[in-house]
Design a protein around this ligand. Structure first.
Ligand SMILES: Cc1cc2nc3c(=O)[nH]c(=O)nc-3n(C[C@H](O)[C@H](O)[C@H](O)COP(=O)(O)O)c2cc1C
Ligand code: SF4
Ligand code: SF4
Length: 380
């Protein structure tokens, strides 16, 4: 498949790179390097190599961890090592990230000064090995979020794409953390969900427009679908990142995307969907979860109606006289059976896939508006 076809299928762009599938490899120190990724490149869209310790304090921590018998990447000079890793990845279509352990904002920035926009810079705020935490890195950053924000800002000053790898449930309030990281300029939130499940993904989706990568035991299509339908943009695997598992997930999500047109469509709001589900919601005429949701996001019923009407004007979703509310803009997800919607779609010569693509566009506009409003309110 070429870039155009990949974009048509998933519509994912990361670091100016069309991503071929929403399956990624998550870093494992001492294991995941360019060779590991290239051996699996046919089944993935992105990969985070590393973690690489990039300053004296974290390199010393790596040596200590290695002495305790754990695998680590050890080298004398991180720039030389990273240069050689990136050279090996040249020409591959995998969106590449480097997972970095640094003990200060300046250490991260120095790496971005060297490599510019060719990779995604992932701050490791995840590692809980004691020597790393003592070096003021990894999980230390979740307990000292001001330091994490400084690191994000330092990287963003180099105009590069920034991912933050966190473990959910460590910071006192993951929602607030996500909002703070978004405001600081982070682009991607890579979340090890531990056993917190899709509810955590939904919480974070509803608070920020960050690109969300869900991680931890994403080893079956069922689990992957749960994350995608509650707001994740991608899933990642570390321990089970073998070819068989990766290719199974890639094949299953590709089939799903071809059939349904929107690979990570949310559940309907009344079935527990995230805010993107407003794209499938009815006119606000009955007592249902839409009403408290609108209150929560600070939107009146009239504003919600006007917004949807404006966004679908002159698009095929504007039509649909036979549907419940006179326009497809208020119609349900393709998986909710409805002959009135399907008849309308057929009359408009739309495929069900195309209908879902248009619903995705509408959801994108609604989310952009909600988060723009939030930014304005915070600024004011
Ligand atoms: C041996 C090993 C090394 C790891 N090293 C790193 C690392 O350097 N940086 C990082 O952010 N996460 C690291 N992780 C965490 C994984 O990326 C991932 O978040 C975790 O294993 C849960 O995902 P999984 O269930 O797919 O394995 C490591 C995990 C393992 C098992
Ligand atoms: S508006 Fe319709 S789709 Fe949305 S929550 Fe209410 S009943 Fe469900
Ligand atoms: S016409 Fe069908 S799809 Fe549209 S809102 Fe009514 S029940 Fe839902």
């Amino acid at each position: 498949m070429n870039n155009n076809e990949n974009f048509r299928r998933f519509g994912i762009v990361l670091n100016d790179h069309v991503v071929r599938t929403p399956v990624a490899i998550s870093s494992m120190a001492g294991v995941v390097d360019a060779g590991y990724v290239l051996a699996r490149k046919a089944h993935i869209g992105a990969a985070f190599i590393g973690g690489y310790s990039v300053d004296e304090k974290t390199m010393e921590a790596s040596r200590e961890i290695a002495d305790q018998g754990r695998s680590e990447f050890l080298f004398d000079d991180p720039i030389t090592e990273l240069t050689s890793q990136l050279e090996r990845m040249e020409g591959s279509d995998v969106a590449l990230g480097i997972n970095l352990r640094g003990s200060s904002a300046g250490s991260f920035q120095a790496i971005a000064e060297e490599f510019g926009s060719q990779v995604i810079y992932e701050i490791d705020a995840h590692c809980r090995q004691e020597p790393m935490v003592k070096a003021e890195c990894g999980e230390y950053l979740l307990h000292h979020p001001g330091r994490l924000i400084e690191a994000v800002k330092a990287l963003k000053s180099e105009e590069v794409t920034v991912s933050v790898k966190i473990r959910a449930g460590v910071h006192a309030d993951d929602r607030k953390l996500a909002v703070d990281l978004w405001r600081a300029g982070a682009d991607v939130l890579h979340i090890d969900l531990m056993d917190l499940g899709y509810q955590k993904v939904r919480q974070i989706r509803n608070e920020s427009p960050l690109f969300i990568i869900a991680n931890n035991s994403m080893n079956s299509f069922e689990r992957m679908k749960d994350m995608l339908s509650h707001g994740a943009d991608m899933v990642s695997l570390a321990r089970k990142s073998d070819e068989r598992t990766l290719s199974g997930l890639d094949a299953a999500i590709s089939r799903y995307a071809e059939e349904h047109g929107w690979y990570n469509s949310p559940k309907q709001l009344c079935r527990g969907g995230d805010l993107r589900a407003l794209t499938f919601c009815c006119m606000p005429v009955k007592n249902c979860p839409l009403i408290p949701t609108l209150q929560k996001v600070g939107m009146t019923r009239e504003e919600y109606i006007a917004l949807k009407q404006n966004f679908v004007r002159d698009t095929p979703l504007e039509g649909g006289k036979q549907t419940c509310f006179g326009s497809l803009s208020w119609c349900c997800k393709d998986t909710s059976p409805c002959m009135f919607r399907d008849l309308t779609i057929r009359q408009l010569s739309l495929s069900s896939r195309e209908y879902m693509r248009l619903k995705r566009e509408l959801a994108g506009k609604l989310m952009e508006r909600l988060f723009d409003d939030r930014k304005r309110q915070e600024a004011g």
